[in-house]
Write a protein that binds this ligand. Sequence first.
Ligand code: GNR
Ligand code: NI
Length: 181
Amino acid sequence: MAILNILEYPDPRLRKRAEPVERVDDAIRRLVGDMLETMYAAPGIGLAATQVDVHQRVLVADVSPDRNTPVALINPEILERDGSEITEEGCLSVPGVFDKVERANHIRARALDLRGQAIEIEAEGLLAVCIQHEIDHLDGKLFVDYLSELKRQRIRKRVEKEQKIRSAEGATPTRSATPVI
Ligand code: GNR
Ligand code: NI
């Protein structure tokens, strides 16, 4: 397994729409393993393939307190949304920023599992919020898009400043998801 590099806002690659997975094969299972390792190391409660520069419809999540209940969804589609809830959200691609977002607090979704079998899941609370946040990533959308233009501008400046400081310090880049030959 490997820890993958996470793209950060305002990287334009975070705006790409991910393509459906055609076949759940070993390469997809390896991607899921690497994404889980990356998510646990970060640490985060979810991760979309888009964030590691892989533009295929794959997401992972684990909202359990013991971090031992991984969920992997391939080609996820929301079938039903119910209720609403405001959650203080954060995103590994927008480090250091937390703000309130309103989303459905109960969803029913369809996806493929790691064997390529169609499954349906029901989720509520934080898992429901997380799945919606991750599906947004697969559609090129970020939680900051729900905030005001003014807030988004401030966030972009703050994150870019942080990135400059980090690159001046000569941070070591982690391995990219796509091998550089
Ligand atoms: O780690 C994360 N925490 C979180 C908190 C509230 C709502 C959504 C999230 S997802 C985020 C990890 C991430 O960026 N996934 O894309
Ligand atoms: Ni995110």
